[in-house]
Design a protein around this ligand. Structure first.
Ligand code: COA
Length: 405
Protein backbone atom coordinates (compact mmCIF):
# COMPACT_ATOMS: atom_id res chain seq x y z
CA UNK A 1 0.00 0.00 0.00
CA UNK A 2 1.27 3.51 -0.80
CA UNK A 3 2.39 5.66 2.11
CA UNK A 4 0.59 8.69 3.49
CA UNK A 5 2.05 11.86 2.04
CA UNK A 6 1.77 15.39 3.38
CA UNK A 7 3.88 18.56 3.62
CA UNK A 8 6.36 18.79 6.49
CA UNK A 9 5.51 20.98 9.47
CA UNK A 10 8.78 21.56 11.31
CA UNK A 11 12.54 21.20 11.06
CA UNK A 12 12.47 17.63 12.43
CA UNK A 13 10.09 16.40 9.72
CA UNK A 14 11.87 18.46 7.07
CA UNK A 15 15.23 16.98 7.96
CA UNK A 16 13.83 13.42 7.92
CA UNK A 17 12.17 14.01 4.53
CA UNK A 18 15.31 15.36 2.81
CA UNK A 19 17.22 12.67 4.70
CA UNK A 20 15.85 10.11 2.22
CA UNK A 21 17.90 11.48 -0.69
CA UNK A 22 20.84 12.36 1.57
CA UNK A 23 21.07 8.67 2.35
CA UNK A 24 22.14 8.18 -1.29
CA UNK A 25 24.55 11.13 -1.10
CA UNK A 26 26.28 9.35 1.75
CA UNK A 27 24.68 11.29 4.62
CA UNK A 28 26.15 14.48 6.05
CA UNK A 29 22.84 16.12 6.87
CA UNK A 30 22.90 17.92 10.21
CA UNK A 31 20.47 20.41 11.76
CA UNK A 32 22.48 23.38 10.55
CA UNK A 33 22.47 22.21 6.94
CA UNK A 34 18.75 21.33 7.09
CA UNK A 35 18.00 24.74 8.52
CA UNK A 36 19.98 26.45 5.76
CA UNK A 37 18.17 24.39 3.14
CA UNK A 38 14.78 25.30 4.58
CA UNK A 39 15.51 28.99 3.90
CA UNK A 40 15.24 28.23 0.18
CA UNK A 41 12.73 25.41 0.35
CA UNK A 42 9.93 26.23 2.80
CA UNK A 43 8.63 23.41 5.06
CA UNK A 44 5.24 23.47 3.32
CA UNK A 45 6.90 22.82 -0.07
CA UNK A 46 8.60 19.66 1.22
CA UNK A 47 6.37 16.60 1.05
CA UNK A 48 7.13 13.69 3.38
CA UNK A 49 6.01 10.10 2.90
CA UNK A 50 5.17 8.18 6.06
CA UNK A 51 5.32 4.46 6.79
CA UNK A 52 3.38 4.50 10.05
CA UNK A 53 5.20 7.06 12.19
CA UNK A 54 8.42 6.90 10.20
CA UNK A 55 9.31 9.28 7.39
CA UNK A 56 10.67 7.13 4.55
CA UNK A 57 10.61 9.51 1.58
CA UNK A 58 10.58 13.14 0.56
CA UNK A 59 10.05 15.40 -2.44
CA UNK A 60 10.60 19.17 -2.44
CA UNK A 61 9.97 22.27 -4.51
CA UNK A 62 11.99 25.47 -4.83
CA UNK A 63 9.40 28.06 -5.83
CA UNK A 64 10.96 30.35 -8.47
CA UNK A 65 10.33 32.18 -11.74
CA UNK A 66 11.65 30.51 -14.85
CA UNK A 67 12.38 32.29 -18.12
CA UNK A 68 10.36 30.98 -21.07
CA UNK A 69 10.29 32.32 -24.65
CA UNK A 70 8.83 35.82 -24.44
CA UNK A 71 8.57 36.06 -20.65
CA UNK A 72 8.75 34.22 -17.35
CA UNK A 73 6.43 31.93 -15.44
CA UNK A 74 6.02 30.66 -11.87
CA UNK A 75 7.74 27.30 -11.77
CA UNK A 76 7.98 24.53 -9.20
CA UNK A 77 11.67 23.60 -9.15
CA UNK A 78 11.41 19.97 -8.06
CA UNK A 79 14.32 18.76 -5.94
CA UNK A 80 15.55 16.37 -3.18
CA UNK A 81 13.30 13.50 -4.28
CA UNK A 82 14.13 10.26 -2.53
CA UNK A 83 12.72 7.09 -0.99
CA UNK A 84 14.75 5.08 1.54
CA UNK A 85 16.09 1.73 0.26
CA UNK A 86 13.87 -0.05 2.79
CA UNK A 87 10.70 1.21 1.07
CA UNK A 88 11.51 1.40 -2.64
CA UNK A 89 9.22 0.09 -5.42
CA UNK A 90 6.05 0.25 -3.37
CA UNK A 91 4.57 3.29 -5.09
CA UNK A 92 5.89 5.92 -2.66
CA UNK A 93 7.48 8.11 -5.33
CA UNK A 94 4.23 7.89 -7.31
CA UNK A 95 2.20 9.00 -4.27
CA UNK A 96 4.62 11.90 -3.61
CA UNK A 97 4.56 13.02 -7.26
CA UNK A 98 0.75 13.04 -7.20
CA UNK A 99 0.56 15.06 -3.97
CA UNK A 100 3.26 17.44 -5.18
CA UNK A 101 1.78 18.09 -8.63
CA UNK A 102 -1.71 18.64 -7.20
CA UNK A 103 -0.21 21.12 -4.75
CA UNK A 104 1.67 22.88 -7.57
CA UNK A 105 -1.55 23.12 -9.60
CA UNK A 106 -3.54 24.44 -6.60
CA UNK A 107 -0.88 27.11 -6.03
CA UNK A 108 -1.28 28.29 -9.62
CA UNK A 109 2.24 27.44 -10.77
CA UNK A 110 1.72 26.49 -14.45
CA UNK A 111 4.89 24.40 -14.84
CA UNK A 112 7.27 22.21 -12.86
CA UNK A 113 10.88 21.48 -13.82
CA UNK A 114 13.62 19.19 -12.58
CA UNK A 115 16.98 17.57 -13.24
CA UNK A 116 16.63 13.79 -13.20
CA UNK A 117 19.15 11.55 -11.46
CA UNK A 118 18.06 8.88 -13.95
CA UNK A 119 16.31 9.82 -17.15
CA UNK A 120 13.93 6.85 -16.93
CA UNK A 121 12.04 8.07 -13.87
CA UNK A 122 9.88 11.07 -14.68
CA UNK A 123 8.10 10.59 -18.02
CA UNK A 124 5.46 8.49 -16.27
CA UNK A 125 4.52 11.58 -14.28
CA UNK A 126 4.08 13.74 -17.41
CA UNK A 127 7.55 15.32 -17.62
CA UNK A 128 9.17 15.77 -21.02
CA UNK A 129 12.72 16.47 -22.14
CA UNK A 130 12.90 20.26 -22.53
CA UNK A 131 16.59 21.20 -22.70
CA UNK A 132 20.02 19.70 -23.24
CA UNK A 133 23.35 20.32 -21.52
CA UNK A 134 26.87 19.85 -22.86
CA UNK A 135 30.00 18.70 -21.09
CA UNK A 136 33.31 19.94 -22.57
CA UNK A 137 37.00 19.22 -22.01
CA UNK A 138 39.42 21.36 -24.05
CA UNK A 139 43.10 20.26 -23.99
CA UNK A 140 45.45 23.15 -23.24
CA UNK A 141 47.21 23.04 -26.63
CA UNK A 142 43.98 23.80 -28.47
CA UNK A 143 42.87 26.92 -26.68
CA UNK A 144 43.36 29.44 -29.51
CA UNK A 145 40.52 31.75 -30.52
CA UNK A 146 39.87 32.84 -34.10
CA UNK A 147 39.50 36.55 -33.33
CA UNK A 148 42.12 38.87 -31.85
CA UNK A 149 41.80 40.04 -28.27
CA UNK A 150 39.70 43.12 -27.67
CA UNK A 151 41.94 45.81 -26.16
CA UNK A 152 39.10 47.10 -24.01
CA UNK A 153 38.99 43.82 -22.08
CA UNK A 154 40.51 43.35 -18.64
CA UNK A 155 39.87 40.85 -15.88
CA UNK A 156 40.27 40.65 -12.12
CA UNK A 157 39.70 38.14 -9.36
CA UNK A 158 37.35 39.21 -6.60
CA UNK A 159 36.69 37.68 -3.16
CA UNK A 160 33.69 35.36 -3.04
CA UNK A 161 32.10 37.43 -0.28
CA UNK A 162 32.14 40.58 -2.45
CA UNK A 163 31.04 38.87 -5.65
CA UNK A 164 27.26 39.13 -5.52
CA UNK A 165 27.02 42.84 -6.30
CA UNK A 166 29.16 42.36 -9.42
CA UNK A 167 27.96 39.03 -10.79
CA UNK A 168 24.24 39.14 -10.02
CA UNK A 169 23.43 41.90 -12.57
CA UNK A 170 25.20 39.89 -15.30
CA UNK A 171 23.31 36.75 -14.28
CA UNK A 172 19.99 38.63 -14.26
CA UNK A 173 20.57 40.02 -17.77
CA UNK A 174 21.45 36.61 -19.23
CA UNK A 175 18.60 34.98 -17.29
CA UNK A 176 16.04 37.40 -18.71
CA UNK A 177 16.74 36.27 -22.27
CA UNK A 178 17.54 32.56 -21.79
CA UNK A 179 14.63 30.11 -21.50
CA UNK A 180 15.27 27.53 -18.79
CA UNK A 181 17.18 29.88 -16.48
CA UNK A 182 15.53 30.75 -13.19
CA UNK A 183 15.60 33.84 -11.04
CA UNK A 184 18.00 33.57 -8.10
CA UNK A 185 16.98 35.22 -4.85
CA UNK A 186 19.52 36.91 -2.56
CA UNK A 187 19.36 33.84 -0.33
CA UNK A 188 20.07 31.59 -3.29
CA UNK A 189 23.25 33.54 -4.04
CA UNK A 190 24.28 33.41 -0.42
CA UNK A 191 23.48 29.76 0.35
CA UNK A 192 24.16 28.14 -3.01
CA UNK A 193 25.88 30.00 -5.85
CA UNK A 194 28.46 31.80 -3.72
CA UNK A 195 28.65 29.30 -0.88
CA UNK A 196 31.74 27.11 -0.86
CA UNK A 197 31.55 24.48 1.89
CA UNK A 198 34.75 22.35 1.84
CA UNK A 199 32.73 19.11 1.55
CA UNK A 200 31.45 20.20 -1.89
CA UNK A 201 34.89 20.78 -3.44
CA UNK A 202 35.41 17.18 -4.60
CA UNK A 203 39.17 17.40 -4.41
CA UNK A 204 39.41 20.81 -6.07
CA UNK A 205 40.50 24.17 -4.68
CA UNK A 206 38.21 26.88 -3.43
CA UNK A 207 35.71 28.71 -5.66
CA UNK A 208 37.32 31.57 -7.59
CA UNK A 209 35.34 34.44 -9.06
CA UNK A 210 36.82 36.12 -12.11
CA UNK A 211 35.18 39.25 -13.50
CA UNK A 212 35.58 40.31 -17.11
CA UNK A 213 35.30 44.02 -17.86
CA UNK A 214 35.07 45.98 -21.09
CA UNK A 215 36.21 49.59 -20.63
CA UNK A 216 36.06 48.98 -16.89
CA UNK A 217 32.40 47.81 -16.89
CA UNK A 218 31.66 44.28 -15.59
CA UNK A 219 30.16 42.35 -18.50
CA UNK A 220 30.93 38.76 -17.57
CA UNK A 221 32.10 36.47 -14.81
CA UNK A 222 33.33 32.95 -14.24
CA UNK A 223 33.16 30.85 -11.09
CA UNK A 224 35.72 28.06 -11.24
CA UNK A 225 37.91 25.68 -9.24
CA UNK A 226 41.51 24.69 -9.85
CA UNK A 227 42.33 20.98 -9.64
CA UNK A 228 46.12 21.18 -9.41
CA UNK A 229 48.20 18.13 -10.33
CA UNK A 230 51.66 17.30 -11.67
CA UNK A 231 52.67 14.04 -13.32
CA UNK A 232 56.32 13.30 -14.12
CA UNK A 233 57.08 16.93 -13.37
CA UNK A 234 54.58 18.30 -15.90
CA UNK A 235 51.28 20.03 -15.25
CA UNK A 236 48.39 17.58 -15.48
CA UNK A 237 45.69 19.50 -13.65
CA UNK A 238 42.52 21.10 -14.90
CA UNK A 239 40.14 23.87 -14.04
CA UNK A 240 36.46 23.13 -13.67
CA UNK A 241 34.28 26.02 -14.78
CA UNK A 242 31.20 26.00 -12.58
CA UNK A 243 29.50 28.94 -14.28
CA UNK A 244 30.65 31.44 -16.92
CA UNK A 245 28.15 34.05 -18.11
CA UNK A 246 28.64 37.18 -20.16
CA UNK A 247 26.77 39.85 -22.06
CA UNK A 248 27.06 39.07 -25.75
CA UNK A 249 29.72 37.64 -28.06
CA UNK A 250 32.70 39.90 -27.28
CA UNK A 251 32.39 39.56 -23.53
CA UNK A 252 31.91 35.79 -23.87
CA UNK A 253 35.00 35.44 -26.07
CA UNK A 254 37.22 37.55 -23.83
CA UNK A 255 36.02 35.76 -20.71
CA UNK A 256 36.88 32.37 -22.23
CA UNK A 257 40.21 33.73 -23.48
CA UNK A 258 41.25 34.30 -19.87
CA UNK A 259 39.99 30.88 -18.76
CA UNK A 260 41.63 29.06 -21.67
CA UNK A 261 44.96 30.83 -21.23
CA UNK A 262 45.67 29.81 -17.63
CA UNK A 263 49.00 28.25 -16.79
CA UNK A 264 49.58 24.81 -15.27
CA UNK A 265 46.56 23.23 -16.93
CA UNK A 266 46.33 20.18 -19.09
CA UNK A 267 42.65 20.76 -19.70
CA UNK A 268 39.74 23.08 -19.06
CA UNK A 269 36.42 21.43 -18.23
CA UNK A 270 32.84 22.59 -17.92
CA UNK A 271 29.91 20.29 -17.20
CA UNK A 272 26.81 22.32 -17.89
CA UNK A 273 27.24 24.26 -21.11
CA UNK A 274 24.52 25.49 -23.44
CA UNK A 275 24.60 23.33 -26.55
CA UNK A 276 24.61 26.44 -28.75
CA UNK A 277 27.51 28.07 -26.86
CA UNK A 278 29.31 30.63 -29.10
CA UNK A 279 32.67 29.13 -28.13
CA UNK A 280 32.18 26.43 -30.78
CA UNK A 281 32.39 29.14 -33.46
CA UNK A 282 35.05 31.16 -31.66
CA UNK A 283 37.62 28.37 -31.17
CA UNK A 284 40.26 27.80 -33.82
CA UNK A 285 39.94 24.06 -33.11
CA UNK A 286 36.20 23.54 -32.48
CA UNK A 287 36.51 19.74 -32.66
CA UNK A 288 38.71 19.91 -29.55
CA UNK A 289 35.77 21.20 -27.55
CA UNK A 290 34.64 17.53 -27.37
CA UNK A 291 31.09 18.39 -26.34
CA UNK A 292 29.16 15.47 -24.94
CA UNK A 293 25.45 16.18 -24.85
CA UNK A 294 22.95 14.85 -22.31
CA UNK A 295 19.49 15.63 -21.01
CA UNK A 296 19.09 18.90 -19.13
CA UNK A 297 15.76 20.12 -17.77
CA UNK A 298 12.66 17.95 -17.67
CA UNK A 299 9.53 20.11 -17.71
CA UNK A 300 5.94 19.30 -16.73
CA UNK A 301 3.04 21.43 -17.99
CA UNK A 302 0.85 21.31 -14.89
CA UNK A 303 -1.78 23.69 -16.30
CA UNK A 304 -1.62 23.51 -20.08
CA UNK A 305 -3.85 26.54 -20.63
CA UNK A 306 -1.90 28.82 -18.30
CA UNK A 307 1.50 27.52 -19.43
CA UNK A 308 0.85 28.01 -23.15
CA UNK A 309 -0.80 31.38 -22.61
CA UNK A 310 2.23 32.66 -20.65
CA UNK A 311 4.59 31.97 -23.54
CA UNK A 312 5.52 34.34 -26.38
CA UNK A 313 5.17 33.15 -29.98
CA UNK A 314 7.07 33.86 -33.18
CA UNK A 315 4.14 33.96 -35.58
CA UNK A 316 0.38 34.38 -35.69
CA UNK A 317 -1.73 31.32 -36.36
CA UNK A 318 -3.87 28.68 -34.76
CA UNK A 319 -3.11 25.12 -33.75
CA UNK A 320 -5.27 22.62 -31.88
CA UNK A 321 -3.68 19.97 -29.65
CA UNK A 322 -5.32 16.76 -28.42
CA UNK A 323 -3.37 16.17 -25.22
CA UNK A 324 -3.28 12.99 -23.14
CA UNK A 325 -2.41 13.30 -19.47
CA UNK A 326 -2.82 10.01 -17.65
CA UNK A 327 -1.31 11.31 -14.38
CA UNK A 328 -3.33 14.58 -14.15
CA UNK A 329 -6.48 13.79 -16.20
CA UNK A 330 -8.08 17.20 -15.50
CA UNK A 331 -5.27 18.73 -17.55
CA UNK A 332 -5.99 16.54 -20.60
CA UNK A 333 -8.21 17.35 -23.55
CA UNK A 334 -8.30 19.49 -26.63
CA UNK A 335 -6.55 22.85 -26.44
CA UNK A 336 -6.68 25.57 -29.08
CA UNK A 337 -3.75 27.99 -29.23
CA UNK A 338 -4.71 31.17 -31.03
CA UNK A 339 -3.46 34.78 -30.68
CA UNK A 340 -1.07 33.66 -27.96
CA UNK A 341 -3.78 32.23 -25.67
CA UNK A 342 -4.71 28.59 -25.11
CA UNK A 343 -8.34 27.65 -24.46
CA UNK A 344 -10.32 24.42 -24.37
CA UNK A 345 -12.08 23.66 -27.65
CA UNK A 346 -14.24 21.10 -29.48
CA UNK A 347 -12.65 21.91 -32.83
CA UNK A 348 -10.77 19.12 -34.63
CA UNK A 349 -7.18 18.67 -33.49
CA UNK A 350 -4.05 19.16 -35.64
CA UNK A 351 -1.66 17.23 -33.40
CA UNK A 352 -2.25 14.39 -30.91
CA UNK A 353 0.40 14.07 -28.19
CA UNK A 354 1.15 13.25 -24.60
CA UNK A 355 1.59 16.15 -22.16
CA UNK A 356 5.30 15.26 -21.84
CA UNK A 357 5.78 15.72 -25.57
CA UNK A 358 4.24 19.20 -25.39
CA UNK A 359 6.94 20.14 -22.85
CA UNK A 360 9.71 19.48 -25.40
CA UNK A 361 8.92 22.43 -27.74
CA UNK A 362 7.69 24.57 -24.82
CA UNK A 363 11.06 26.18 -24.00
CA UNK A 364 12.10 26.10 -27.67
CA UNK A 365 14.50 23.15 -27.41
CA UNK A 366 12.81 20.83 -29.88
CA UNK A 367 10.40 21.13 -32.81
CA UNK A 368 7.06 19.45 -33.31
CA UNK A 369 8.34 18.18 -36.66
CA UNK A 370 11.24 16.30 -35.10
CA UNK A 371 8.87 14.71 -32.58
CA UNK A 372 6.58 13.66 -35.47
CA UNK A 373 9.65 12.15 -37.14
CA UNK A 374 10.43 10.31 -33.90
CA UNK A 375 6.90 8.89 -33.87
CA UNK A 376 6.10 10.69 -30.62
CA UNK A 377 3.48 13.10 -31.99
CA UNK A 378 0.68 12.16 -34.42
CA UNK A 379 -0.08 14.71 -37.10
CA UNK A 380 -3.83 14.72 -37.68
CA UNK A 381 -3.97 17.52 -40.28
CA UNK A 382 -1.44 17.82 -43.06
CA UNK A 383 1.16 20.49 -42.28
CA UNK A 384 0.00 20.70 -38.65
CA UNK A 385 3.51 20.21 -37.21
CA UNK A 386 5.09 22.78 -39.54
CA UNK A 387 2.37 25.29 -38.59
CA UNK A 388 2.94 24.62 -34.88
CA UNK A 389 6.70 25.05 -35.41
CA UNK A 390 6.19 28.42 -37.10
CA UNK A 391 4.01 29.61 -34.21
CA UNK A 392 6.41 28.32 -31.53
CA UNK A 393 9.48 29.74 -33.34
CA UNK A 394 11.67 31.85 -31.08
CA UNK A 395 14.74 34.03 -31.49
CA UNK A 396 15.87 33.13 -27.97
CA UNK A 397 18.98 31.02 -27.50
CA UNK A 398 18.45 27.30 -26.95
CA UNK A 399 16.91 26.64 -23.54
CA UNK A 400 19.56 26.12 -20.93
CA UNK A 401 19.85 25.92 -17.18
CA UNK A 402 23.32 26.62 -15.73
CA UNK A 403 22.74 24.79 -12.48
CA UNK A 404 21.44 21.48 -11.18
CA UNK A 405 18.95 22.43 -8.49
C1 COA B 1 13.94 6.89 -7.71
C2 COA B 1 13.16 6.62 -6.44
C3 COA B 1 12.71 7.95 -5.83
C4 COA B 1 11.93 5.77 -6.78
O1 COA B 1 11.08 5.67 -5.67
P1 COA B 1 10.03 4.43 -5.52
O2 COA B 1 9.14 4.73 -4.37
O3 COA B 1 10.78 3.15 -5.52
O4 COA B 1 9.20 4.56 -6.88
P2 COA B 1 7.76 3.92 -7.18
O5 COA B 1 7.61 2.63 -6.40
O6 COA B 1 6.68 4.93 -6.99
O7 COA B 1 7.95 3.61 -8.73
C5 COA B 1 7.08 4.05 -9.71
C6 COA B 1 7.48 3.42 -11.01
O8 COA B 1 8.73 3.95 -11.44
C7 COA B 1 9.67 2.90 -11.65
N1 COA B 1 10.95 3.40 -11.20
C8 COA B 1 11.19 4.17 -10.14
N2 COA B 1 12.49 4.43 -10.04
C9 COA B 1 13.09 3.84 -11.08
C10 COA B 1 14.43 3.76 -11.50
N3 COA B 1 15.42 4.36 -10.82
N4 COA B 1 14.70 3.04 -12.62
C11 COA B 1 13.71 2.43 -13.30
N5 COA B 1 12.40 2.48 -12.92
C12 COA B 1 12.11 3.18 -11.83
C13 COA B 1 9.17 1.76 -10.79
O9 COA B 1 9.62 0.51 -11.26
C14 COA B 1 7.67 1.89 -10.93
O10 COA B 1 7.27 1.36 -12.18
P3 COA B 1 5.81 0.70 -12.39
O11 COA B 1 4.84 1.80 -12.09
O12 COA B 1 5.85 0.29 -13.81
O13 COA B 1 5.75 -0.41 -11.40
C15 COA B 1 14.01 5.83 -5.39
O14 COA B 1 14.42 4.63 -5.97
C16 COA B 1 15.22 6.62 -4.91
O15 COA B 1 15.11 7.33 -3.93
N6 COA B 1 16.37 6.49 -5.60
C17 COA B 1 17.61 7.17 -5.24
C18 COA B 1 17.49 8.70 -5.26
C19 COA B 1 17.01 9.23 -6.60
O16 COA B 1 17.46 8.84 -7.65
N7 COA B 1 16.06 10.17 -6.53
C20 COA B 1 15.56 10.88 -7.69
C21 COA B 1 16.26 12.21 -7.73
S1 COA B 1 15.89 13.09 -9.22
Amino acid sequence: MAADVRPTKDLGEFKAAIGAIFHYFGGGLDDERSNRFSKLLPFERMHAAFDGERIVGGAGVFPFQMTIPGGAVACAGVTVVGVLPTNRRRGILTAMMRAQLEDVRDRGEPIAALWASEEVIYRRFGYGLASLAGEIAIPSGYNKLRQAADERASSRLIPLEDAKAVVQPVYDRVCATTPGMFHRSDLWWEFRSLADPPDRRQGGGEKNVLVLELDGEPVGYAIYRVFSKFEGGSAAGHIAVIEALADGPTATRELWRVLLDMDWLAEIRADLMPIDHPLLHQLTYPRRMQMRVGDGLWVRLVDIGAALSARGYGAEGTVVFEVEDAFLPDNAGRWKLSEGAAKRTDEPADLALDVGELASPYLGGFSFTELVHAGMIRELTEGGAARADAIFATSSPKPWCPEIF
